[in-house]
Write a protein of this length. Structure first.
Length: 329
């Protein structure tokens, strides 16, 4: 082997070792020595509060999506703007104005700081709380690796650019997901989170009142009976920003297959929901889920959650461990 080829092999070996080391820093039981009770504290807090506030499970799960899609899973979605800051944070971006659960995360962080000051990241708290909240309401469980560190930057514009809006078409959804290392199957499965939770009228009212962009017209891909019901009983005006609507009517607190069944009936609430039926690939995934057992959905959803939880994480000496989740140290 020539010298140049040998050096290439050496550099490749070093690169592989570095990647392997970075991946190894995110692992199950990361806090087993530095804060042995960490995950039990999170689980206990969730089990204590979520049964009495089940509607909070959906926003806490949504919080992880919105965090991981902007700068990776680094808790940047939790940062508040400071007086010294020169830009608005992700919290102020339109997709995050209806996020709830920040106080819940702060409550968990407070307990962990009492137990192990400066050890457990806010990014890991988001991931653990999302999993435990879904599990508590009867949804799937998935293994959460830990070792994430918290980012120091949060930018409103980046949130607008990276969080898929509810009016996304199939092409834009695919582009955003691919940019995060997620495929079409992940798109279908992670959209399944819409089986729980609610939405505000402005996130879909254009489908009812202004689909042509000229102040009138209804989205033809939306079931007309469902659309009429939304207009007469829920969003009676297109600007109503106080009324909430179940994303999975009649089953919005149960983690089940109902959301996918509604998609096949053209009753997905958002344009982004309806977009999943426009591709033969994603439509096939939906039909497989609907025709299969609930356990299959749970298992596949769990795999996609694990995959999303690894998006662009900070580990090792990158980032920091915030003392307060809303502010950098």
């Amino acid at each position: 082997m020539g010298y140049s080829n040998m050096m290439i092999m050496v550099f490749l070996a070093i690169a592989i070792a570095i990647v392997g080391f970075a991946e190894a820093q995110l692992k199950l039981g990361y806090y087993s020595e530095s804060c042995p009770k960490a995950e039990a504290i999170v689980e206990s807090f969730v089990h204590q509060h979520i049964p009495h506030a089940q509607s909070l499970a959906a926003p806490l799960l949504r919080m992880q999506f919105h965090d991981c899609f902007v700068r990776g899973c680094d808790a940047s979605v939790l940062l508040d703007r400071t007086e010294a800051g020169n830009n608005d944070t992700e919290k102020t971006a339109n997709p995050n104005l209806t996020l709830r659960g920040f106080g819940f995360i702060d409550g968990v962080k407070s307990l962990l700081e009492e137990e192990c000051p400066g050890v457990v990241s806010c990014a890991d708290i988001i991931a653990l709380v999302a999993r435990d909240s879904v599990w508590t309401i009867g949804g799937p469980w998935w293994p959460v690796t830990t070792g994430r560190r918290d980012g120091r930057i949060s930018n409103e514009t980046e949130a607008l650019q990276n969080i898929p809006p509810p009016f996304s078409n199939f092409s834009s959804l695919q582009t955003i997901f691919v940019s995060k290392g997620l495929d079409l199957k992940d798109l279908v499965l992670l959209s399944g989170a819409h089986t729980i939770g609610v939405a505000h009228c402005p996130s879909f009212s254009e489908r009812l009142y202004n689909f042509t962009g000229r102040g009138y017209g209804q989205d033809p891909s939306l079931d007309s009976e469902y659309a009429t019901n939304l207009m007469t009983r829920k969003c009676t005006t297109p600007t109503d920003n106080t009324t909430i609507v179940e994303m999975d009517p009649g089953s919005h607190r149960t983690f089940d297959l109902s959301y996918y069944k509604l998609l096949l009936k053209r009753r997905g609430l958002f344009e982004s929901d309806a977009a999943l039926t426009k591709s033969s690939t994603t439509l096939s995934y939906i039909k497989e889920l609907v025709n299969g057992p609930l356990e299959t959905f749970f298992a596949e959803f769990s795999k996609s959650m694990v995959k999303m939880g690894d998006v662009e994480v900070l580990t090792g000496s990158a980032g920091e461990i915030r003392k307060q989740c809303a502010f950098v140290n």
